[in-house]
Structures are given as C-alpha cells and as structure tokens.
Design a protein around this ligand. Structure first.
Ligand code: GUN
Length: 283
C-alpha cells in the first residue's frame, strides 16, 4: 500500500505556480481570483480562508466578499455581474452551499463562463461532457492528478464512483471516461453496492458519510480515492473510507486529511492562472 500524498503534490504544484505568476507579473499580467461567501457556514468559512491564503501565497490578486446571510438573490447577481466586467478578476467562485432563499442554479448561470474557475456553469459542464473540457470542477481535476501520481494507466480499467453530485461524481465520470476507463456511477439506489464497488480497479468515494466504505467494498490492489471530509463521533476529521481496514488491501489510497482536499485548492489556482493567460493570450 502506498499513500497518495495530496499535500505534498499540492505544495510542489503551488511552488511551480508561484514561479509562473512571478513571470506573468513581469509581463504585466497578475492572475486574479474573486471569492464570494454568503452567510456564516463554519466549514465554508474555513474553505474560503484556505483559498484566499493559497491565492496570496502564489502571488495572485485575491479578493473575498463576505456577504451577510440576508443578502438577496438580486444583490448577489449584481455583484457577480460587476465581477464579470472587472479586468483584474480572471476567476470568480461563489462558495456553496448558498442560503435557502437564493436559487443556486440562477447564480451559477450568471458567472461569465470564461471566469467560471469552479467549472459549474452549464456551458463548461457541457464542454466537459462533449469531451472538450476547458474549466473543470476542481475536485475531480485534482483527483485526476492524484490518479496520475499512482502511475496507473486508466485505459480499459474499471472505475467505480460512489456518489452522483454535480460537483464531484458526474464530472469525475466524464474525466475517467475520457481517459478510456469503463465507468460506473453508484448512488443511494444502487443494488448490492459492495459487490459493484469490488469490481473497481479505481474506486472514487464521494458520499459524505464517515467510514462508509469498508474492506468488503474493495478489491485487492485497487486505487482508492476518498473525497469525504467528515467529523466522527470524537470530532476527528475522517473520510468516507474506513482507512485502517481498507488501506492494507489497496495499491494506493488517499489519506484524509492531506489527500484530495489540498489538490482541490491547487486546481482552483491552476484554472485561475489558465483563465488569465487565455484572456490575455499569453502562453
Ligand atoms: N462547496 C464545497 N465544495 C465546493 C467547491 O468545489 N466549490 C464551491 N464553490 N463551493 C463548494
């Protein structure tokens, strides 16, 4: 068993990006990221702070709008439209979930697809599904980098994803498909889930239930990617995979924390730099 160390890979990639941003700034281009957080969800506050810190460390222009829970849908949309026209901003991210009174789809549809560094706009999702990805949701993008690190050639392999969210499961399926894996998406209605999961050469777990995947889900030698970030009964950070039991069976597995999480932020930075270069026609 080998650990897929996302923290280490993220540090290496972010170091390279720091150098790249220095060079871009010498050419007069500073990539810029705007993040909007509505309300005071504690987990979202941590995620947004981490994104802000990473952008600053890399030398990007970074701005965060922390709006009150009571912000109206119209005011949020006005803010996004303003950022769509702000030349300093190449990437816009609206932290999810949004308060209940705001229509999430409407908000995401308002973001200029060229600045949609989360890859959630229907145009970017459509391009991904059509096999010509530009902006890709950051967590699946980070997972592809981790799978690359394992050295496994995905062509012809069985990839099983547990979870069908728009943010992880569905885009993940398309990225794996484009890498020529045979892809299965499982969800709450899937029959005999452990049996299906056990077919996987690559198993991606994104359901948000602590320690859900046990040894009987995992084939000997599989690559296991754990997207979960949960708190167990002792308030300890834990993934969706029961690590101690599953890890010995695997060829590669991601730890929680220090696996997928740091890669998600890294891919956000990558896509913001790429969006800036695309806009200004810099290679
Ligand atoms: N909330 C949880 N994950 C994400 C993400 O990747 N992007 C945004 N915008 N919100 C999230």
């Amino acid at each position: 068993m080998h650990l897929l160390n996302g923290k280490e890979l993220a540090q290496k990639l972010q170091q390279e990006m720091t150098q790249e941003v220095t060079e871009l700034k010498e050419k007069g281009l500073q990539p810029g990221l705007a993040v909007i957080l509505v309300g005071e969800d504690p987990a979202s506050q941590v995620y947004v702070r981490n994104k802000e810190r990473a952008a600053n460390n890399i030398g990007m222009y970074s701005v965060v709008y922390r709006l009150p829970e009571t912000t109206s849908e119209a005011d949020l949309i006005t803010k996004i439209e303003e950022l769509n026209h702000d030349d300093k901003v190449h990437g816009i991210l609206v932290q999810l979930p949004l308060p209940k009174h705001i229509n999430e789809d409407l908000v995401l549809d308002t973001i200029d697809p060229a600045k949609d560094v989360d890859g959630f706009h229907p145009m970017n999702l459509g391009n991904l599904f059509a096999g010509k990805p530009t902006m890709i949701p950051c967590t699946p993008a980070g997972i592809m980098e981790l799978i690359k690190l394992s050295g496994i050639d995905l062509a012809g392999k069985n990839a099983v994803i547990i979870g069908r969210s728009n943010i992880v499961g569905k885009p993940m399926a398309h990225l794996l498909l484009q890498a020529n894996a045979t892809v299965t998406i499982c969800h709450s209605k899937t029959k005999d889930l452990p049996k299906v999961a056990k077919q996987a050469d690559v198993l991606v777990v994104a359901i948000g239930r602590a320690n859900f995947v046990t040894a009987d889900f995992v084939k000997e030698g599989a690559v296991v990617i754990d997207v979960g970030i949960n708190r167990d009964e002792n308030n300890k950070l834990t993934g969706d995979v029961k690590f101690d039991e599953v890890a010995p069976l695997t060829s590669f597995i991601t730890p929680v924390p220090g696996g997928v999480g740091p890669m998600t932020i890294t891919m956000l930075m990558r896509q913001t730099i790429d969006a800036a270069k695309r806009k200004e026609n810099v290679r």
